[in-house]
Design a protein around this ligand. Structure first.
Ligand code: CA
Length: 444
């Protein structure tokens, strides 16, 4: 069979019986679950009480032990070796077709009641498990593809010329730090660092005074490439294994002083929080959108970044929410307060363009590497993805339901990111938690 140039050839975009809205699971509470119905099936690395880390899949309020299921010979041979590892790197590195075969089998095992007796012993209550960073992250790269964020932040420094001339030609990014990435729930210790307010002549060293978050999507790299072998844009989607939420905690006062001329350093690498579930590219197949067309006056991307199929399906129908809960709100039993809501489609570059650009010079990407999209802001204030934007650099205060004011994050604050994929006629899916509480800086 021949393929035409316009047809997507990406296995991960295929919609099949695993996405059927009528498909039900025999697992109690899975049908209608807000985040993990049978149509999702995200992969994670979990420890049941008293046991070591192992691959699992979320189904409702339970986690299915994939190592145990593979040992019992119930999963495809192509995935068995990968599932015996205490990290998901080998699983993420499987060809998309093998990942899809595993998904089909899991969907079958969890929907057909005939499998209940053999599969039930491999289920654990999620509340009794610990979730880990799912892979050994070799390298972490953070991009800057949220154009409204780039414009808002640029405008704080250069009101007349917010976007630098390269922005619409080249996906901007920097190499981050993999060692300080943690799963949701691990507290964030306020960093100490060099601070130099504009009116001060010299810096001092102490607790960050302008602690912020950044709402981002994380992209889990799949098979990847060898050194010197770029990934063509039309193959990029085959190297994207899945997605997570990513909070790029940012110390704005440290950042303002240290970032020139080499870019972010200690203001960013003290902690990064991710949602621990890998929502697979396959699960997101029904939630793909056309990339928002560029305004007419914008430059056309260079040919190595341009692919019709990617433009037709490169964006995600994903709603993103950020909320906060102060210590006083927590003590009063109050729900988190929404700071912003907006769609993930506010990215100037598709994730395929980010990946292809990263490998375009021959840089090798590996299974389990993590890419951040950059802060995702909507054009409207209600969808801004950081406090730097919402408070205009600390000028405007936010009032919480307790009457407390916030310009930046205080000790005891908890910050929550959430994501929900929705499309007409489809069962919505979620990404699971991505939150952390702020602890005081270590004493000097
Ligand atoms: Ca960032």
């Amino acid at each position: 069979m021949s393929m035409t140039m316009n047809e997507p050839t990406v296995t991960a975009f295929t919609i099949d019986e695993t996405h059927d809205p009528a498909r039900r699971s025999w697992v109690q509470g899975a049908d209608g679950h807000a985040e993990f119905p049978i149509q999702n099936l995200p992969f994670g690395l979990f420890s049941p009480t008293g046991s070591g880390p192992r691959p699992g899949v979320a189904i409702g309020d339970f986690i299915l032990d994939l190592a145990q299921l593979a040992e019992a010979g119930l999963l495809p041979q192509s995935a068995t070796a990968a599932l015996s590892q205490p990290a998901l790197n080998d699983l993420l590195g499987l060809p998309a077709s093998d990942r899809q075969a595993l998904r089909r089998r899991l969907s079958d095992l969890l929907s057909d009641p005939a499998h209940r007796d053999e599969v039930s012993p491999c289920l654990h209550a999620a509340t009794e498990c610990t979730l880990h960073v799912p892979a050994r992250i070799g390298d972490y790269t953070d991009f800057y593809a949220g154009i409204h964020h780039a414009t808002n932040v640029g405008a704080l420094f250069r009101p007349d010329n917010p976007l630098l001339p390269n922005y619409k030609h080249v996906p901007i990014g920097y190499h981050g730090r993999a060692s300080s990435i943690r799963a949701s729930g691990v507290p964030v210790v306020r960093p100490n660092g060099q601070r130099k307010p504009p009116q001060a002549e010299v810096p001092d060293f102490g607790p960050c005074r302008r602690l912020d978050y950044e709402l981002e999507l994380g992209i889990w790299v799949g098979p990847g490439n060898d050194l010197g072998q770029p990934i063509p844009i039309h193959e990029a989607a085959n190297h994207i294994a899945g997605y997570c939420l990513l909070n790029d905690w940012s110390a704005r006062d440290l950042q303002a002083w240290e970032y020139q001329p080499l870019g972010p350093f200690l203001a960013k690498n003290f902690h990064t929080t991710i949602s621990p579930w890998v929502v697979t590219a396959e699960a997101m197949a029904p939630f793909r959108l056309a990339q928002t067309p560029r305004p007419q006056d914008d430059p056309q991307p260079l040919p190595y970044l341009w692919d019709k199929a990617d433009q037709a399906k490169g964006a995600l129908a994903l709603g993103l929410t950020v909320s906060i809960r102060s210590a006083a709100m927590r003590e009063a039993g109050m729900a988190p307060f929404t700071l912003s809501q907006g769609p993930a489609s506010n990215l100037y570059w598709t994730v395929a363009q980010l990946l292809t650009h990263h490998a375009s010079n021959g840089c090798d990407l590996h299974p389990g590497d993590l890419l951040g999209t950059g802060t995702i802001s909507a054009p409207e204030r209600t969808g801004y993805g950081s406090l730097l934007e919402i408070t205009e650099g600390g000028k405007l205060a936010i009032t919480l339901p307790t009457g407390e004011e916030r310009r930046f994050l205080e000790d005891g604050d908890e910050l929550f990111l959430s994501a929900r994929a929705e499309a007409p006629g489809r069962v919505p899916i979620g990404f699971g938690p991505c939150h952390a509480v702020i602890l005081p800086a270590p004493a000097l």
